[in-house]
Structures are given as structure tokens and as C-alpha cells.
Unconditional design. Structure first.
Length: 236
């Protein structure tokens, strides 16, 4: 009875590493990304022998999210693990932030987590089991300057998860957040492997945290894992 996981934002970066790691643990996958790159990543994972359903969908679009979860349930019959990883960010002063940029980060980082979580819950409730892991951020626990919109989305996610976790506890569903500091990915229009990111968290560090949460003994919930590069200032 293999487990089934949906990983959002798995085209590249942390999401791709999370999908790769879960696959290595024998988990069947449905991976979601908004660009065509998701199909390339699926092909790569398939070539490594995993079972992967490739879903191009924007997590901030209600219709596309509904469709993606319907396809996953039609294909696998259940979802044991949801990893809410898709996220975008930009860093500038509040006066430089446009209304469009504000709406965009809230759509993907916050509304996206609401839409996917809402979609997965009915089947998890029916199965009386499920684990929902959301990649938030250490900035969801302490504010940083020049990132007000991004920081606000991650504080919002923290509140959302904390509230829903209590609603679904009686159904055997557990929810947790992984709150990383700087990770070497493609985040905020950057590239993976840039030299100034040498000491940053690696995508496999995030995958390891997700794996620990997802495979924790059934009687416990790992509420939160906070991690940051040793070279980074301590989150306060
Ligand atoms: O970023 P990146 P990360 N619908 O840019 C996908 C958090 N975090 O891996 O849509 C569906 O390499 C996109 O795929 P595609 C961060 O907030 C990061 O670092 O096909 N998917 C890609 O696979 C986020 O929650 C840092 O282009 C959408 C992925 O998301 C998570 O870590 C620090 C989408 C982004 O990959 C992973 O981000 C921190 C949409 N609308 C928290 N829009 C950090 N990197 O330093 C984008 O504290 N994607």
C-alpha cells in the first residue's frame, strides 16, 4: 500500500528535490507547476523509475487546482501527503511595491495554499488520515525589511495552517510547516548554484525536513521545522 503525494511547485528548486526524495522513499507522485517545465521534471523522475503524474496548473487558479486534484484522485484513488511548496517572492521597499506585485505573491503563496488544502481535505477526511506540509519561511516568524509583501504572505500562511490543523485533527490529519532561511534555488529571479549562495541551505535539506515530517510515527505531529544557514543571522 504505497503512499501518494502531491507536490506543488515541483518544476525546479526545493519542490523538485522534495519530489525526488519522496520518490526515492517509494512514494507515488503527482507534481504541479505552472510552466511547461513541470513535464520535463516529470520525465526526469519517470526515467528514474518512479510513478509520476505531471500536472501543469497554477495553484492560485481555483479551476485549475480543482482539475489537478480530480485527476490525481481519479488516477491514484487517494492522496496521503500534500506538500504546499509553490511560492514566489520579490524584495523591495513597500513604496516600490506595486499593487500587482502585492496581489501576485498573495495569490500564489497564500490563496494557493488555501485552494490546494481545501481541495485535498475531503478525501483525507474520508480516509481518516493525511499529512499536509507547507513550505513557509523563517520570515513567517520574524519580519525582514524590504520584503513586506512576501513576509506578510508567510505570516498569513502560518495563521492559516495553525487554524486548519485544529479543525482537521479529529480526522487523523496532521499539518506542519517547514520554515527555512535562504535556500539555493531559482527563487526571486535568481539561479541555483550562484557563488554567493555557497553557504545557503541546499534543496536536499528541505527535502530531508519534509521527509521527516511525512514519515513521523502516526501518533505524532511535527508542527514546525525551522532551519537556516549557519552563516545567516539567527531568526528572532
Ligand atoms: O523557488 P524556485 P524555491 N503555480 O523559484 C513553482 C520558499 N522559500 O524552490 O510554476 C504552481 O526555485 C515554480 O514552477 P513553475 C518559497 O517561498 C524559499 O526556493 O513551473 N507552481 C517552481 O517549481 C516557496 O514557497 C526561500 O515555474 C508555481 C517553484 O514554484 C518554496 O520555498 C527561502 C507557481 C518555485 O521554485 C520553494 O521555493 C524561504 C504557481 N502559480 C522560503 N508559481 C529561498 N529560496 O531562499 C511558481 O524562506 N511555481
Amino acid at each position: 500500500n504505497e503512499k501518494v503525494a502531491v507536490v506543488t511547485g515541483a518544476s525546479r528548486g526545493a519542490g523538485k528535490a522534495i519530489a525526488t526524495r519522496l520518490m526515492a522513499e517509494g512514494v507515488k507522485l503527482a507534481i504541479i507547476g505552472s510552466s511547461e517545465q513541470i513535464h520535463e521534471t516529470s520525465k526526469e523522475l519517470n526515467e528514474n523509475g518512479g510513478e509520476v503524474l505531471s500536472l501543469q496548473a497554477d495553484v492560485s487558479d481555483e479551476h485549475q487546482v480543482k482539475e489537478a486534484f480530480k485527476k490525481t484522485l481519479d488516477h491514484y484513488g487517494k492522496i496521503d501527503i500534500l506538500v504546499n511548496n509553490a511560492g514566489v517572492g520579490f524584495f523591495k521597499t513597500v513604496e516600490e511595491t506595486t499593487t500587482e506585485e502585492w496581489d501576485k505573491v498573495f495569490s500564489v503563496n497564500t490563496k494557493g495554499v488555501f485552494l490546494t488544502t481545501r481541495e485535498v481535505l475531503p478525501s483525507m477526511k474520508e480516509n481518516k488520515s493525511g499529512t499536509i506540509i507547507t513550505i513557509s519561511s523563517d520570515v513567517g516568524r520574524r519580519a525582514i525589511p524590504n520584503g513586506s509583501a512576501y513576509t506578510a504572505t508567510k505570516y498569513a500562511v502560518q495563521g492559516f495552517i495553525g487554524s486548519v490543523a485544529q479543525e482537521v485533527q479529529e480526522y487523523g490529519i496532521r499539518m506542519g510547516t517547514v520554515n527555512p532561511g535562504a535556500i539555493d534555488t531559482y527563487f526571486a529571479d535568481s539561479n541555483q548554484g550562484e557563488t554567493h549562495k555557497e553557504d545557503w541551505l541546499k534543496v536536499d535539506d528541505i527535502a530531508e525536513a519534509v521527509c521527516y515530517m511525512a514519515s513521523a510515527a502516526k501518533h505524532m505531529v511535527v508542527d514546525e521545522i525551522m532551519l537556516h544557514p549557519l552563516s545567516q543571522e539567527y531568526p528572532r
